[in-house]
Every structure is written in structure tokens, then in C-alpha cells.
Design a protein around this ligand. Sequence first.
Ligand SMILES: Cc1cc2nc3c(=O)[nH]c(=O)nc-3n(C[C@H](O)[C@H](O)[C@H](O)COP(=O)(O)O)c2cc1C
Ligand SMILES: Nc1ncnc2c1ncn2[C@@H]1O[C@H](COP(=O)(O)OP(=O)(O)OP(=O)(O)O)[C@@H](O)[C@H]1O
Length: 260
Amino acid sequence: MQTIHLTSQTMSQWQNQFQQQVLAIGFFDGLHKGHLSVIQEAKRLAGVYEVPVAVMSFFPHPKTILTDLPNSFQYLMPLEDKQALLAELGIDTLFLVHFDRDIASLPSADFVQSFLIGLNAMHVVCGPDFHYGSRGSGCTHSLKKQGEGNFQVSVVELMEYNGEKISSTRIRQALAKGNISILQKLLGKLYTVNWCPQNGLLPFYSLPAPGQYAVKLHYNNEIISCNARVLNEKEAKFTHDFNQWSQSIKIEWVRAIGTL
Ligand SMILES: Cc1cc2nc3c(=O)[nH]c(=O)nc-3n(C[C@H](O)[C@H](O)[C@H](O)COP(=O)(O)O)c2cc1C
Ligand SMILES: Nc1ncnc2c1ncn2[C@@H]1O[C@H](COP(=O)(O)OP(=O)(O)OP(=O)(O)O)[C@@H](O)[C@H]1O
């Protein structure tokens, strides 16, 4: 998978540089089940048309740019994990739009013209609540109108769990409550963070609320079950001593087992 970094300043040089493609669009933090249905539909359509499939995502998260508290945003995964998962899913190109105030102030029609039509998108796939353009004014209806004559739009069905939308926000809220059991239902797999034995939690991951948890440590093709005590947003202690390990450890959060 290739990653193409786009900014509002450099966008003009990418116009008409790509062959026709199907494009899934959104931020996609954590790549939960709702995101996967968008991406899989894009992949399916690309197979039908026999064209490449792309994902367009943004970085940093729009909420970090459009708020007074940019550092309080809790990401679920860093860009490298998103890239690795998208590559595994068979995506050909990741268009990564650098989200800044210039992009945020772009009217929805201008965004569609240079970022979607300009990249030769022939079919765009999103969820029913996708928004874009300044003040998030563009929606699935405007996307269809603005794409007319250039691309079609497919809006996948909203994926829910227990009658509520599966969303990155819901996953962040579940983590903040230490509600680990629901994460697997929303993500389709255990929530995972990367941990450096020397420096602790790596950037762009979020720990669950303070408390005790059963976890699985993945290191050098070995899986070790142990317990974790999360002390605060950045610190946790583990019942397995891995201080001598040199590489980062993948930690899967299996279940909550009690308060501190
Ligand atoms: C050109 C453009 C301008 C945007 N401007 C705003 C904005 O002014 N305010 C806002 O809250 N979000 C803005 N967004 C963010 C979108 O509302 C949305 O979060 C983003 O496109 C990712 O879609 P998703 O959240 O559905 O994944 C903008 C997005 C784009 C592409
Ligand atoms: N539950 C869902 N079912 C179907 N599509 C979804 C679902 N959640 C998100 N999408 C779609 O996936 C793409 C990426 O969405 P986005 O990153 O905004 O996810 P989100 O979970 O809604 O995030 P947040 O909670 O941070 O707003 C968008 O096209 C969005 O409409």
C-alpha cells in the first residue's frame, strides 16, 4: 500500500495523477466494525469495476484543530497501526490529508472538486453520518450532488451494537469507564496498545480507566497472560516483569478484574 500525503497547499500538483479508483472516506480511528463495513464495501466495488481501492483519512484529528484543548484528544491508534491494518485489508492507496485550519475552512464543494474529483474517484463510500467541508456542512446528500457526473456515492448501513451506533467516541468512552467487555463487540477484536518496556505507553494509544485488568502480552511470537494495574492515563504496572525486554510489546486488554 502506498501512502500519499496531501495538504491544501500541495493538492494542485496531484490533480489527475491517478487512474479511476474507488475511495472510502473518513477518519477511521481504531478501525472498528462500522469502519470495516465502509472499507469492505469500497473493496467490493473496486473488485467489480476492476480498479484500485483507496482510503482517504485525515491527520491530526479535526477535533484537535478545532478545539481549545488540542492535547486532550484520546486517539485509539497511531497512524502506523492504521496503515498496517489498511494494507492487510488490501487497500492500494492511503490518501492522508493533513488537517489544518486551511483545510477546515475549505467549503465542501471545493473539497469535493480538488480532493475527490481531482484524484479521479469514480465511486466514494462512506457511512450515513459522514460530514466534510467547513463547519462540517457537507453530508452524504451534498456529496452525491457535488459528485454528479464524476463519481457515484454509496452510503453503507449504520452499524450498531445494542441499538446504539458503533463509533470511535463510544470506544473512547468505554475505555474511560474501564468497560473492556464491550470493546470486543465494537472493534471485532481485543483493544490493543503498544508499550515500550523502558518508556511505557507509546503515543496515540489510550489506556483504560484506573483499575485492574487481565491482559495478554505479545512479544517475539510469545503470548503471556498476566494482570495490569492501570494507575492513571499514562502509567500501568504489570504482574509480569518485562523490564529487560528490548522491543515494544503489544498489550491486549482482555477483561476488567476489579478496582485498584
Ligand atoms: C474540507 C473539510 C473541512 C472541514 N471543516 C470542519 C469544520 O469546520 N468543523 C468540523 O467540526 N469539522 C470539519 N471537518 C471535519 C469533518 O466534519 C469530519 O470529521 C472529517 O471529514 C472526517 O469524517 P468522519 O468524522 O466522518 O470520519 C472538515 C473536513 C473536511 C474534509
Ligand atoms: N457504525 C458505523 N456504521 C457505518 N459507518 C460508519 C459507522 N461509524 C463510522 N462510519 C463511517 O466510517 C467513516 C469514518 O467515520 P469516523 O472516523 O467519523 O468514525 P466514528 O466512529 O463516527 O468517529 P467519531 O466517534 O470519532 O466521530 C465515515 O464514513 C463514517 O460515516
